[in-house]
Design a protein around this ligand. Sequence first.
Ligand SMILES: O=c1[nH]c(=O)c2[nH]c(=O)[nH]c2[nH]1
Length: 316
Amino acid sequence: MDRKQVLDGETAPGGRQPAPDRHAPAVVLGPTRYGKAEVRIVRVTRGAAEHALKDLNVSIALSGDQADTHLTGDNAKVLTTDAQKNAVYALAKRHGVASAEQFALLLAQHFLTTCPYITHARIGIEEYGWDRIPGAESRHSFVRGGRETRTALVHADADGASRVVSGLKDLVVLNTAGSEFHGFYEDEYTTLAETSDRVLATAIDARWRRGGAAGEPDWDKSYARARAALMTAFADTHSLSLQQTLYAMGRRLLEHDDAIAEARLTLPNRHHVAVDLAPFGLTNDNEVFHAADRPYGLIEGSLARRGEPPDPAAWQ
Ligand SMILES: O=c1[nH]c(=O)c2[nH]c(=O)[nH]c2[nH]1
């Protein structure tokens, strides 16, 4: 009879409660993971005609047969986080970086196939965009894109199963019309005025998961399609609430790509407050706003294709 059964209140055969093992620790190690976080890597591809670059922030979290190092300090099964960092650089050199998703899958497979003590790999990647400098003749000059950060999250197991969640964050969008907010529940602290014309702005944080049956896509094309779907839905939806806009955006994402099973969106409401110009003898016809940075409303939601089994572990 082990300690767990004793804790669960089970009795020994014969009905007698076993005596607790006084030497068993009162504390049990739970799930662990470890890895190198935020490996910043820039991979330049030096073509004859022009250069290209990928700018990534890679975070690795590995798990498996790792109890020894926690319990006794025996590190024989520990693939060092330093080696993990080196693998990021070496694999980028050897194979290039086709896309954030593909590189994350490559890294996951590398750790799972080379270290026998690792049975699960979680690779999270953020990708920062660089554009060619407009008007420049040089084909090796870039300006950092001030737009969104692309994200990829891969979970992979030693048995070959893998899950990919793609996404983006900090894609800032704004509508100067087509947004209303009224008819809301009112309590004793409600002071917000109803409006039928407001500025609606948000920084889109969206993630989407491909269904189990979907094969590997052209990740860049899939990303471009998702990004366009999110932005056009934001633009085209006459909004009665940011919640309604969130649903419209998620719905268009799923409708534009059959392979997407589930989406999660986080939308901060970047409040634009019309400034009172009456003290200056001026009327403000929704032209002058204070762009407040905090506090902000935070609207979050998830959508799934009907009939698709949920996969909560893919998002962790
Ligand atoms: O779209 C909105 N949803 C809310 O829940 C909310 N709450 C609020 O104060 N303003 C808004 N706007």
